[in-house]
Design a protein around this ligand. Structure first.
Ligand code: DOR
Ligand code: ZN
Length: 339
């Protein structure tokens, strides 16, 4: 195929940051996607409807495409209560994000323990109000086992709250796939990096801090089994880039930041991947249709993004005033580009 048109691409897991960073990166996404689930782990986390509304304003005023639809998730802290959840619901917020305390970037306000009476009460209210629960599912154990060890927590929540839709964000371990099959209310997002790379891309040939992310990239078996889910557009799986920009200096220092900035040329990279495996016909479902169904998204601006076979290069760096951001595959020549 020489050309493909994707209708309303959606990125169901995205970090846009704020201020100068936001202004410099937002249009890499809005030029390709109709909407995105925007993660709330800012330096001041988005824990209330008020903060979510202000953040939505900031995103929309920074974006060129004024039709872009940010779905802001609310960060679950110990302070979240029923009243706040009702306010969020009344203001169109659909997603709650759970970070285990300390699991990743800006997660210090996350939950030290997940299955406490207080949190279970929040899950119950969330279920009654029709929220979706998005989870960064990792324990504090050995890096390669963290997602697997979190499995019983996913299972316990799914079992006790069967009407609560739960999303395993950035699924990275093939052993998590069973949860999709075992629990009707468990869904997942997949990133490009977890379906195309392994731990060897982080440390197999010299240390590559720009490939360091959480959850950490895993084994060839994990990559291949997750890639199959994406290529076959498994109906419970949606694309979520987890594009997470950090300044180069913060990636390179000791205790370097976790996160891969994958937003530039994302659709062209996905076209290349799906075409290579003869699955281009499934890209529409993976990039939009599954998400529309599973997240009940009805109002979309109707964006048609045309891509064709034409070489294009991924930018090797994005210059901000003080420092750069290095994109995934920066400098690489792609066979596809946006028309
Ligand atoms: O690698 C990651 N970076 N994983 C996350 O969960 C958060 C993200 C970020 O915000 O930088
Ligand atoms: Zn993330």
């Amino acid at each position: 195929m020489e050309e493909i048109t994707l209708l309303n691409p959606l990125d169901m897991h995205l970090h846009l940051r704020e201020g100068e960073m936001l202004k410099n990166i937002i249009d890499f996404t809005t030029s390709q996607f109709s909407g995105a689930v925007v993660m709330p782990n800012l330096s001041t986390p988005i824990t209330t409807t008020q903060l979510a509304m202000e953040y939505k304003e900031e995103i929309q005023s920074s974006a060129k495409d004024k039709d872009f639809m940010p779905l802001i998730a609310i960060y679950i802290t110990d302070a979240l209560n029923e009243e706040e959840l009702k306010t969020a619901k009344n203001n169109g917020i659909k997603i709650l994000k759970l970070y285990p305390k300390g699991a990743t970037t800006n997660s210090d306000n996350g939950l030290a323990e997940i299955l406490t009476p207080q949190t279970l009460k929040i899950f119950e209210i969330a279920q009654d109000l029709g929220f979706m629960l998005s989870i960064h599912g990792e324990t504090g154990g050995f890096s390669m086992e963290r997602e697997y060890e979190f499995g019983p927590i996913f299972a316990a929540i799914a079992k006790d709250f069967p009407k609560l839709k739960i999303i395993i964000e950035h699924m990275s371990d093939h052993r998590s796939i069973a949860l999709l099959e075992d629990y009707e209310n468990i869904y997942a997002t997949l990133t490009l990096h977890h379906i195309t790379m392994t731990l060897d891309d982080v440390l197999g040939a010299g240390l590559k801090p720009h490939h360091f992310c959480k959850p950490i990239l895993k084994t060839p078996k994990d990559r291949d089994m997750l890639l199959a889910l994406a290529l076959n557009a498994h109906p419970k799986v949606s694309f979520g880039s987890d594009s997470a920009p950090h300044l180069e200096k913060n990636k390179l220092k000791d205790n370097g930041a976790a996160g891969i900035f994958s937003a530039p040329n994302m659709l062209a990279m996905l076209c290349e991947l799906f075409e290579k495996h003869d699955k281009l016909h499934n890209l529409q479902a993976f990039i939009s249709d599954n998400a529309k169904t599973n997240y009940n998204i009805s109002k979309l601006p109707k964006k048609a993004v045309k891509l064709h076979k034409k070489h294009t290069a991924i930018p090797s760096q994005i210059r901000l005033i003080q420092n750069n951001i290095i994109p995934l595959n920066g400098g690489r020549l792609l066979q596809w580009s946006q028309a």
